[in-house]
Design a protein around this ligand. Structure first.
Ligand code: HEC
Length: 117
């Protein structure tokens, strides 16, 4: 029973986290860009094309946000989940240590590369 309550509390809190997602605005995208420069750029590159200084030599290659299909889906929630959990067995590790607001900002920044197609 105690276990059940913990599970329910967990799933409820996940639900409210999703509801707390900041809006996709020029400000959140700019914030995402700053967080990206520190955490993602070496692999995904400043153009989001997967050609960062380290990314070039990787296998599998970091996602090219401007044209590749996304394995785990392309909706905001999918990208947020990939950033949080990473992709198993690749150099794309999860970034759950980053504040949630930063992960949303990153999500919108990643989406902004696609929009420039
Ligand atoms: C050490 C290199 C590395 C770093 C740092 C890195 N990534 Fe990745 N990322 C990868 C690789 C490699 C893949 C492709 C994995 C695959 O093909 O399965 C990937 C894939 C992705 C994807 C695509 C997921 C999908 O469904 O296809 C997203 C989104 C992403 N990364 C976002 C980010 C963000 C945002 C950051 C910074 C917080 C980041 N990555 C940091 C290497 C990296």
């Amino acid at each position: 029973m105690k276990y059940l309550i913990v599970m329910m509390t967990l799933s409820l809190s996940q639900f409210s986290l999703a509801a707390d997602a900041p809006k996709n605005t020029p400000e959140t995208v700019a914030k995402g860009k700053a967080v990206y420069a520190v955490n993602c750029l070496t692999c995904h590159g400043d153009k989001g094309d997967g050609m960062g200084p380290a990314g070039k030599y990787m296998s599998p290659k970091p996602r090219n946000f401007t044209k590749d299909a996304f394995k785990k889906g392309e909706k905001d929630a999918d990208i947020f989940a990939s950033i949080t959990k990473g992709l198993d067995g690749t150099s794309m590790t999860g970034f759950k240590t980053l504040p949630e607001a930063d992960r949303w900002a990153l999500t919108y920044y990643v989406q902004s590369f696609k929009a420039k197609k």
